[in-house]
Design a protein around this ligand. Structure first.
Ligand SMILES: Cc1ncc(COP(=O)(O)O)c(C=O)c1O
Length: 269
C-alpha cells in the first residue's frame, strides 16, 4: 500500500471496534485507475450506493470518493480499494442508532500477470465450496467473503488462474473473483445473480459492449453441465477486463476471440 486514507486522513490504523472488522459489516470496491482516472467510476459508485441502501447505511458522496481516489493513486496504472464500513459499534450485532460510517481508500500496486492470460486464455477449475443463497445480499459487494476465501484455499497450483463456484443447488454463479460469460448457440449467457454472487462492473461493461455488437447477453440460471459444454467461456472483473478460458478441469476449450475484441474496446474507454 503506497497511500492509505482513513476518513480522508493519512493514517495507517483502523479502530479495532470497527464493525467492518468485527462482522464484515460494510462494503468494498476494487477500482482500476489509470493516470488518475478511475475506470467505470460511476458504476462502482452505483454498486456501492445500492449496497449501502441494502445494508441501510449511508454511502460516501461521489465527489468525495473521486477526490480521495485521485489523492492516493500514483501516476500510471494502479488499483484503488475503497472500503466503507458501518463504523464503530458497541458490543453486539445491533447497528448503532447513529451510524458514523468509516471510509478507507488505499492505493495498491497494479498486479502484473502473464500476458498470455489475455491472449491464450487461462486454466480454470471447479471449486467444492458452495455459495449460500441470500437475495438480501446478492449482487452487492459486501465485506463477507469467507466463501471465496475457502474456495480460493482449495488450490495452490499457480497455473490455475481461477475457480468456478456453484450455489447449493449446483447452479454456476461465477469465479471466486470474477463473473462468468458463456458463449452458447443462443448468444452470450451469464448466470443470474438474484440469489448470490457479485454483480460485477466488468460484467456490466461486457453486456454493454455485446449490446453494441447486436449480441444479446441472457441472464439466467446456468447449470455446471451447461457451463462445461459451452462453446467458450470468459471471465471478467474490473482489473483484468476479460480473460478467455482455455481449460476447465483438464478439458480444453477454444479461447473466445471476442475476449480480445472486448479488451480492445475497453482500452478505448
Ligand atoms: C465474487 C466476485 N464476483 C465478481 C467480481 C467481479 O466484479 P467487478 O467486475 O466489479 O470487479 C468480483 C470482483 O472482485 C468478486 O469478488
Amino acid at each position: 500500500v503506497s497511500l492509505l486514507l482513513v476518513d480522508g486522513r493519512e493514517a495507517g490504523a483502523i479502530d479495532p471496534r470497527d464493525r467492518g472488522l468485527a462482522y464484515g459489516d460494510g462494503l468494498f470496491e476494487t477500482v482500476a485507475v489509470v493516470d488518475g482516472r478511475a475506470r467505470f467510476f460511476d458504476w462502482h459508485c452505483e454498486r456501492l450506493e445500492s449496497g449501502a441502501a441494502r445494508l441501510r447505511m449511508p454511502a460516501p458522496a461521489r465527489a468525495l470518493l473521486g477526490e480521495e481516489i485521485q489523492r492516493v493513486a500514483p501516476p500510471g496504472r494502479s488499483v484503488v480499494k475503497v472500503l466503507v464500513t458501518r463504523g464503530n459499534g458497541a458490543r453486539g450485532y445491533r447497528p448503532p442508532a447513529e451510524i458514523q460510517p468509516r471510509r478507507v481508500v488505499a492505493a495498491l500496486e497494479w498486479p502484473e500477470r502473464d500476458p498470455s492470460c489475455w491472449t491464450r486464455g487461462v486454466r480454470v477449475r471447479w471449486c467444492r465450496t458452495r455459495l449460500g443463497r441470500n437475495p438480501a445480499l446478492a449482487g452487492i459487494k459486501h465485506l463477507n467473503r469467507l466463501e471465496q476465501v475457502l474456495a480460493r484455499a482449495e488450490w495452490r497450483d499457480e497455473s490455475i488462474a481461477e475457480g468456478l463456484m456453484m450455489d447449493d443447488r449446483g447452479l454456476v454463479i461465477g469465479g471466486t473473483q470474477t463473473n462468468l460469460i458463456l458463449a452458447t448457440a443462443e448468444g452470450f449467457v451469464t448466470p443470474s445473480l438474484v440469489d448470490c454472487g457479485v454483480a460485477g462492473v466488468m460484467r456490466r461493461a461486457f453486456m454493454g459492449w455485446a449490446a453494441e455488437q447486436g449480441i444479446p447477453v441472457g441472464e439466467r440460471a446456468v447449470t455446471a453441465a451447461e457451463a462445461a459444454a459451452a462453446r467458450g467461456l470468459l471471465l471478467t472483473n474490473a482489473l483484468i477486463g476479460s480473460w478467455p478460458v482455455r481449460e476447465l478441469d483438464a478439458r480444453d476449450l477454444e479461447p473466445l476471440r471476442c475476449a480480445a475484441e472486448f479488451n480492445a474496446w475497453l482500452e478505448r474507454q
